[in-house]
Design a binder for this molecule. Structure first.
Ligand SMILES: Nc1ncnc2c1ncn2[C@@H]1O[C@H](COP(=O)(O)OP(=O)(O)OP(=O)(O)O)[C@@H](O)[C@H]1O
Ligand SMILES: [Mg+2]
Length: 343
């Protein structure tokens, strides 16, 4: 599927929602109205073939839920998930099993996603066994060995016999990345893949993921709350706030030329002013706490924390994404009245 910007679209998400009901079983029968945690509340984006698409936002904004929806570990409440133009939002059975070969997820905690009683050999060959790929032990051993070499956990023969607890955190995450590419997926959803890793090895692992991307023709969705790794690692970034995307654009535009007040706050929180440059917006702050996803403010959902909000932001319907050119979109109807953002 080629879009209007002449990009080949691998994944397209349309009005995707995941609302978790707050009452279950009998309680839901007696409830006057069922209340929902609106973890993902109508998001739209495209992921281009071969790119790294970053999703950032603070804790609880719906990043992992978005990843799990794309993986189809969760059933969407509404919306479409198009992979290569085919809607997979509600596929089941064999179709879903095939889909899971093509889309893999890497989690924050590699230890939790590995059976501690399996040797690394078995951890790596598990996807092959589940999907009935390669019937001989020799073939599976050869694949495991090559994977360990690709993710630079060597000497491979030595590590194949170890158990997960005998590896460092960084090595374990490398193995789980290796397991993610075992079945040659086209899309990998990496949910905070380096946030539990030592600062000193984070960049190494991201650089390795970049090499794998080139070598195996992968596309990544990189989920993080860390804007600095997102800028380094992602080609484009979507910023989420309370279940919605409030800004989306190239990583450079998002960091150097943020439009939405929330994105500006995120950037101010991490960026030190560059030497010789004054951060004009340094007084940009945020009010209060993030509201609960069970009680989303009406109007612009950010208005309760926004220093620039007016009555219109409360009373008008929530703005859809507004085109600022160059593939940069934002959801702030006051954008043209905001002071310029300069470092
Ligand atoms: N199974 C569930 N049932 C009910 N509510 C849920 C469930 N999973 C997530 N939530 C809620 O949905 C919202 C989004 O959660 P999610 O885990 O997607 O956030 P996140 O952006 O990944 O946060 P973090 O940065 O902490 O990982 C939160 O309010 C969370 O409490
Ligand atoms: Mg998460």
């Amino acid at each position: 599927m080629i879009n209007s910007q002449n990009k080949e679209v691998l994944l397209k998400v349309v009005n995707l929602k995941k609302w978790f009901p707050m009452q279950h079983g009998l309680a839901s029968l007696f409830a006057k109205e069922i209340k929902y945690v609106k973890a993902v509340d109508g998001i739209n984006f495209e992921v281009y073939k071969g790119e790294t698409f970053g999703i950032i936002g603070e804790s609880g904004c719906g990043k992992t839920t978005t990843g799990k929806l794309i993986m189809r570990l969760l059933e969407p409440t509404d919306g479409k998930i198009l992979l290569n133009n085919e809607d997979v939002a509600h596929i089941k059975g064999k179709e879903l099993k095939n889909y899971r070969k093509n889309v893999q997820m890497i989690f924050q905690d590699p230890y939790a996603s590995m059976n501690p009683r399996f040797r690394i050999r078995k951890v790596l060959e598990e996807p092959l066994v589940i999907h009935g790929v390669g019937n001989s032990r020799k073939y599976r051993d050869e694949v495991s060995k090559q994977l360990l070499e690709s993710v630079k956990v060597t000497p491979a023969e030595d590590f194949m016999e170890r158990f997960p607890h005998m590896l460092s955190g960084g090595q374990r995450q490398r193995v789980s990345i290796g397991r993610g590419i075992t079945l040659s997926p086209s899309l990998i959803v990496a949910d905070e893949p380096v946030s539990m890793i030592d600062l000193s090895t984070r960049a190494e692992i991201l650089a390795m993921m970049n090499n794998l991307k080139r070598e195996f023709g992968l596309t990544y969705i990189y989920i993080t709350h860390d804007l600095s790794t997102a800028r380094y690692f992602a080609d484009r970034i979507a910023v989420m706030y309370l279940g919605r995307i409030i800004e989306i654009g190239s990583a450079d535009d998002i960091v150097d030329n943020p439009i939405h007040p929330y994105t500006r706050v995120l950037i101010n929180a991490v960026c030190e002013p560059l030497p010789g440059k004054v951060k004009v917006m340094k007084d940009i702050q945020i009010k209060g706490e993030i509201p609960s996803a069970a009680r989303i403010p009406k109007g612009c959902r950010f208005h309760t924390r926004c220093l620039f909000a007016t009555e219109d932001c409360i009373n008008n319907p929530e703005p859809e994404l507004i085109d600022a050119g160059n593939g940069h979109y934002h959801a702030c109807s006051r954008a043209s009245y905001l002071p310029a953002f300069k470092y």
